[in-house]
Design a protein around this ligand. Structure first.
Ligand SMILES: [Zn+2]
Length: 416
């Protein structure tokens, strides 16, 4: 049995166990001047030195946190982390004034990532994805969701899902995988032909993926098409998530309510009348402010979504076209400065609520019996996580009780 004692934390901040929404969302628990005892990957006790004294044996390995603050590791519940190629040249053109149409006409946009993902060798794709996961860890992420969706044909969609499966074994983070065949329509097929092709992929995709997702948006998939695809996916064991209301409200939230999806993601376009009904469900409202920053579009109305009583979640949407960041602390800062979240609400949305949206058990809280996924800040006060916008402030990252990153050491990969 491996036991660790993380001694001398100035603050340990955590959501209260149970999904958090409404006015309760801001009621985080803050313990001061405590230590955390970890056994077999789970927290077994939190308390002052004298409270924990009787539990400590000579075998306990001690780590001095030297008066730093601790919070749960982030759960990044919406990413497109596995992809070939890179689009920095396109980004440079866009910030210099080129339009999407001009970029697409030159072979840019999602189609360029599809081509690069089809072309890249599977081993190379795995290595590139592992490298990106290591970056996520440096930003305090200890669990992550990753989607397919840059193959748009069976061979490459399955290659992506296989890479995500291999990532689950190749590194310590919890990884949930999502089949997003319906991300776009490939240029060589009509939409109805491609939807039949997606249906044919389902039996194989269902063996690899935990969820199925659809880009429900004007010019992509209608609400009816999204529902049909997701209901078919459920037959193969994949639960539903949806991209909705990014540029237009075309009824995706209503579809999510109808089929009982786990999450509706994006919400840059305010849900209007659907918000009240969404708040009566356990469907998470996942907001992705990195996209608004990257594309210079409206931010979701976070304050109104919280006040309506929905379950808010914050994630990066890491992808090469519209959110090239894995920086969860930056996402929390944007939620607070641009979307009306309080700091405590942002922390709850990026930890326990996000874990709930992915069905991760005992994840996102720092209480006895919960997984010891936690981050140590280079600060005595947790508020500096959000106050220092974009600053690297995370000093140590623990996954299931094991230290997987320490900024003070020379570092060349995730320690397992
Ligand atoms: Zn996305």
């Amino acid at each position: 049995m491996t036991s660790y004692l993380l001694e001398n934390a100035s603050q340990v901040i955590t959501p209260i166990p149970g999904v958090m929404r409404g006015t309760a969302l801001k009621d985080l628990k803050i313990r001061t001047d405590v230590s955390i005892l970890i056994e077999n990957g789970y927290i077994s006790a939190i308390g002052t030195r004298s409270e924990l004294h009787s539990l400590l044996t000579d075998e306990v390995f001690r780590i001095d946190l030297a008066g730093k603050s601790v919070l749960p590791g982030f759960v990044d519940s919406h990413t497109h982390l596995v992809f070939g190629g890179s689009r920095e040249t396109e980004f440079a053109e866009r910030v210099a004034g080129a339009s999407y149409e001009e970029i697409a006409a030159r072979g840019g946009g999602i189609q360029s990532t599809v081509k690069a993902t089809r072309d890249i060798d599977k081993k190379e794709l795995l290595e590139k994805s592992l490298f990106n996961l290591q970056k996520a860890v440096r930003h305090g992420t200890t669990s992550i969701e990753i989607k397919s969706g840059y193959g748009l044909n069976e061979e490459t969609e399955l290659k992506m899902l296989e890479v995500i499966s291999e990532l689950k074994d190749a590194q310590p983070l919890d990884v949930k995988s999502t089949f997003l065949g319906a991300h776009a329509v490939p240029g060589d097929l009509s939409k109805s032909e491609y939807i039949s092709h997606i249906r044919q992929m389902m039996s194989k995709a269902g063996k690899l993926a935990d969820f199925c997702d659809v880009f429900c948006e004007k010019g992509y998939y209608t609400a009816d098409e999204s529902r049909d695809i997701l209901l078919e996916a459920e037959k193969f064991g994949m639960k539903s998530r949806l991209h909705v209301n990014q540029f237009n409200d075309i009824g995706g939230i209503r579809t999510a309510i109808e089929i009982g999806a786990a999450s509706v993601d994006h919400l840059e376009v305010f849900p209007g009348d659907d918000l009240e009904d969404l708040a009566k469900t356990d469907i998470c409202a996942t907001m992705l402010p990195g996209v608004s920053l990257f594309l210079n579009i409206d931010y979701p109305e976070g304050r109104q979504i919280i006040d309506a009583g929905c379950i808010p979640v914050l994630a990066t949407d890491f992808n090469p076209g519209s959110s090239m960041t894995l920086n969860m602390p930056l996402i929390l800062s944007l939620a607070c400065t641009q979307m009306g979240f309080s700091m405590e609400e942002a922390i709850a949305a990026a930890t326990q609520n996000a874990a709930f949206s992915l069905g991760l058990e005992k994840t996102g809280c720092l209480e006895p019996g919960w997984k010891a996924d936690l981050i140590v800040l280079d600060s005595a006060n947790y508020q500096n996580l959000i106050y220092f916008v974009g600053e690297p402030i995370i000093e140590k990252v623990f996954k299931a009780g094991a230290m997987i990153w320490d900024r003070s050491r020379s570092w060349d990969g995730i320690n397992t």
